[in-house]
Design a protein around this ligand. Structure first.
Ligand SMILES: Cc1cc2nc3c(=O)[nH]c(=O)nc-3n(C[C@H](O)[C@H](O)[C@H](O)COP(=O)(O)O)c2cc1C
Length: 211
């Protein structure tokens, strides 16, 4: 099994990376392979709302000059997906949001590519806005019919300068517990999926609140 993690910060050794690495270390202890991808420094524009992904059904975004399509395939191949963002103005950092909007729109328009995978989110923050940022990341996971493990508090670690989250003892523990629970849930689902078939996806009903 494999978990692919995405660091929404431009800082490869920042507090988001520190948080994600703490989760991933616990997952690796359980014999599950991991990969950490750095999103925040890439040039990634937002979704064009062209619906090409829906029309072509090719599991790809029409924008091809950035790594988003490679990362979509990495998520398709993974059993678990971990999202992390620094808190910028009490929300997800812009480059990360551009990536997520596109990668998850492709997934939803192509028969729910990440359906029933295990997914979780973490946020790194100096002071305030951690919980809304984690919530915002969780929207992608919830929408995709993924299954979410939790920790013993909200998945937020505190720090301003790179590495400071290492001093946040509670934040570190939250990330460790999340990693342990994520690995456990993945193993449980691996066994359970063989025994209990997943419900068949229905044809999607869409009501746009217009008469
Ligand atoms: C553009 C920008 C906006 C920020 N907005 C907030 C904020 O709303 N609340 C906060 O507590 N910290 C804010 N911060 C601080 C970062 O969340 C904090 O430094 C965090 O540890 C960065 O994570 P990183 O090391 O992974 O980049 C902001 C930083 C930047 C650069």
């Amino acid at each position: 099994m494999k978990v692919v993690a995405f660091n929404g910060s431009p800082r490869k050794k920042g507090n988001t990376a520190g948080s994600l690495n703490t989760v991933l270390a616990e997952i690796e202890k359980q014999g599950i392979e991991t990969e950490l991808i750095h999103v925040g420094k890439e040039k990634i524009r937002g979704c064009k709302a062209c619906f090409s992904c829906a029309k072509k059904q090719n599991q790809q975004c029409v924008i091809k000059d950035d790594p988003v399509n490679d990362w979509i395939q990495k998520m398709v191949e993974a059993d678990g997906i971990l999202l992390g963002s620094p808190v910028y103005f009490s929300g997800v950092a812009g480059t990360m949001k551009s990536f997520l909007d596109r990668a998850f729109f492709v997934a939803t328009t192509n028969n729910s590519l990440y359906r029933h995978k295990v997914g979780a989110s973490v946020a790194a923050v100096r002071r305030s806005g951690g919980v809304p940022t984690m919530d915002e990341l969780n929207h992608y996971i919830i929408y995709s019919e993924m299954v979410m493990p939790n920790s013993n508090y909200w998945n937020v670690a505190h720090g301003m300068n790179p590495g400071e989250m290492e001093q946040d003892g509670e934040g570190k523990q939250i990330m460790e517990v999340l990693g342990q629970n994520m690995a456990w849930l993945m193993k449980v689902m691996e066994v359970g999926k063989k025994e209990i078939p997943a419900p068949a996806p229905p044809a999607k009903v869409m009501t746009n609140f217009i008469r």
